[in-house]
Design a protein around this ligand. Structure first.
Ligand SMILES: [Zn+2]
Length: 142
């Protein structure tokens, strides 16, 4: 499965969770005010703090393979971005709140995958039998 396909399957599973009435998850936006670096705040919101740090910390070869359009961003640059993000995070209530929400959300998601095995299996099966057409791209909007 290519990273794009994985992204699509994930998106389908996520929207299935949101549709599920048994899901306790209700999407809620964290207000942006209070964040002194909204550009970091938006990244934290779009990717999740943990994932953002992991991405900035990836080995260059893996990073370049995963994000070919950003392959020119070297490890040095990413390390200093990581420091800036980290430093901001320590001082920003709003980004901490967002990270906490992201972790809670992921816990819900894992719980959903475990409790709704039937539905999850159905989605995965549908995906596998979908003929390859035009490639769809998954872009995390900031
Ligand atoms: Zn912030």
């Amino acid at each position: 499965m290519s990273p794009h396909e994985t992204g699509n399957v994930l998106l389908d599973l996520v929207s299935a969770m949101h549709d599920s009435e048994r899901s306790p998850y209700k999407p809620e936006k964290t207000p942006e005010e209070g964040c002194k670096h909204p550009e970091i705040g938006r990244l934290v919101e779009a990717l999740g703090y943990d994932f953002l740090l992991e991405t900035l910390d990836l080995e260059q070869a893996i990073f370049a393979a995963e994000y070919p359009e950003m392959r020119s961003v070297g490890l040095e640059t990413r390390r200093s971005m990581r420091e800036i993000v980290n430093e901001h995070f320590q001082q920003c209530r709003r980004c901490q709140l967002e990270a906490g929400r992201d972790r809670a959300w992921r816990k819900d998601f894992v719980r959903f995958l475990k409790s709704e095995t039937e539905l999850v299996r159905k989605i995965l099966k549908e995906k596998r039998s979908t003929p390859r057409g035009k490639p769809r791209t998954f872009i995390a909007t900031p």
